[in-house]
Design a protein around this ligand. Structure first.
Ligand SMILES: *Cc1c(COP(=O)(O)O)cnc(C)c1O
Length: 498
């Protein structure tokens, strides 16, 4: 299996190279040259497997340059039962009729990013051994909150790696901030930037492709890589849980083999939902992928109209991990759905870069709409949904999941399409305790500090507080740097002591 770039089809690299490098030289994203096919029999065989074996079954099709032993080492290390608060790793919980929640937040940092970022450091170190001849890999991360912590936790003290994380100074929840600024480990650094996530992400991307900076690094035997979902190694682990959820639905007797399901995904950078697209392309019977956005509804507009326009108001919402106007992984979708038209992708991305917008043809739009639907949810509905779900169904969901739940309900009301559905739940409600508690209580604000809020939410709902969040209370803050987005590259040099 080889990988090519969305912006230059002549490039062909191995999985190890794609993962170690992160992003293609000319700024394109690595994509598989072909998509492996799973028969219904093969999917059926996954029903009796545990998560680790399901993961290996999917990964070995994509990482054909990894040996069996290497794959075993990676999946056994990443999905060890001791790191997850559920033996199923990613359990499917039926809440109401055909409505099922896929809980992706039982990992060490309580967000779905762990599903990929527990595995990525293993994939990266194996890949680096194969391709990067002893270089230290410097992981540069732009985060809207959850990726940063999950990447720090995944890469801390991993040999031959260093990790630097940039987060928007006012764009993350207090719990997310505390998770990052108290991070332990000898190869980690964290810095806030004055700007939003898109600022952080574009600066990181331009640092990656800056030849001068790369040359400086090379002198010290270092190279950059990415832990954002632009890295194929971040995306491929996410395909697994769509298969796993389907297998669990069969096991629970909710569907029969071959039945179609819908998947609803709270979306930011378009990584999670794109993994669902790959699963569908591999043969998993997914009918529709429903893209759920918060008030930053650029993807809703795009998927309805074919026009992507980031020249609009940016909102800071209670679901910060989805406060994004440039969804990087859309580039991969455009590549696949346009019949692998790399020239088109280059034109669209140049247009996005130069004028902040692009328009696709109606033909391409209709092709995309056969698979994708979209909707968004404003702040008042997020709060109402959390309240209603808790009171009526006795299920406590976080702000991001609430966006998906509400978009799902709107989708069913509009289309009547109520086949069995998986709604991705992407974070523990305790990562966003204040918003969730206010929603449950139907109040506007509460005067409690972060940990009092956690305790109160626990008292009101009886839902257990994840141990890693409880433990933060006694941790020391280690990182307090703040920089302007223009100065990020200097900060990188400073943090790397170059
Ligand atoms: C990252 C994140 C999302 C968005 O996922 P994408 O793959 O970027 O679309 C949604 N919810 C939570 C809690 C997240 O951390």
């Amino acid at each position: 299996m080889l990988y090519t770039s969305t912006r230059n089809k002549n490039i062909k690299v191995s999985a190890a190279k794609a993962i170690a490098q992160g992003i293609s030289e000319e700024g394109g994203l690595f994509v598989p040259c072909e998509i492996p096919q799973f028969s219904l029999d093969k999917i059926n065989s996954m029903v009796e497997m545990d998560y680790i074996t399901r993961a290996k079954t999917v990964l070995k099709e994509y990482l054909t340059d990894f040996t069996e032993d290497e794959l075993d080492y990676c999946v056994n290390g990443a999905y060890a039962a001791s790191k997850f608060s559920s033996a199923k790793i990613a359990p499917v919980v039926n809440v109401n009729g055909n409505e099922n929640i896929l809980e992706l937040w039982h990992g060490p940092t309580c967000a779905f990013k762990d599903m990929a970022l527990q595995l990525l450091p293993y994939l990266m170190t194996v890949s680096a051994k194969k391709t990067a001849d002893g270089k230290t890999i410097v992981i540069l991360v732009a985060t809207s909150g959850d990726t940063g912590k999950a990447a720090l936790e995944g890469f801390k003290d991993v040999e031959n790696t260093k990790i630097l994380v940039f987060y928007p100074v006012n764009g993350v929840s207090p719990m997310q901030k505390l998770q990052m600024t108290t991070q332990e480990g000898n190869n980690v650094a964290v810095c806030a930037i004055n700007g939003n996530f898109d600022d952080a992400q574009s600066s990181v991307k331009s640092i990656f492709t800056n030849d001068e900076i790369k040359a400086e690094l090379a002198k010290k035997n270092m190279m950059f890589s990415s832990a954002n979902s632009i890295n194929w190694g971040r995306l491929v682990p996410q395909i697994v849980y769509y298969f796993s959820a389907y297998a669990d639905l069969i096991q629970q007797g909710r569907i029969a083999l071959g039945d179609e399901i819908n998947a609803v995904v709270p979306t930011g950078n378009f990584g999670n939902i794109l993994a669902g697209y790959y699963a569908k392309k591999m043969g998993l019977p997914i009918k529709k992928l429903v893209c759920a956005s918060n008030s930053n509804n650029i993807l809703t507009d795009f998927l309805k109209s074919g026009e992507y326009d980031k020249n609009r108001q940016f909102y800071t919402t209670t679901s910060p991990s989805m406060d994004i106007l440039i969804s990087s992984n859309l580039e991969r979708l455009l590549y696949h759905m346009s019949g692998e038209d790399d020239k088109l992708v280059v034109n669209l991305m140049n247009s996005l870069n130069d004028c902040g917008r692009y328009v696709i043809t109606e033909e391409l739009m209709l092709t995309i709409q056969q698979i994708f639907d979209a909707g968004f949810c404003d702040e008042a509905s997020v709060s109402n949904t959390i309240h209603k779900y808790e009171k009526e169904l006795n299920y406590l969901c976080d702000t991001h999941t609430a966006v998906a739940v509400q978009v799902y309900e709107n989708y069913v009301a509009e289309t009547g399409d109520d086949i069995p559905t998986v709604i991705d739940s992407t974070a523990s409600p305790y990562k966003f305790s204040k918003s969730v508690l206010c929603a449950v209580n139907g109040s506007d604000d509460c005067a409690l500090d972060e940990f009092e809020t956690v305790d109160e939410l626990n008292k009101v709902t009886g839902v257990e507080v994840p141990a890693p969040l409880k433990a933060l209370k006694d941790k020391q803050v280690r990182f307090t740097d703040v920089c302007d987005k223009e100065n990020m590259s200097e900060m990188v040099f400073k943090l790397l002591e170059l």
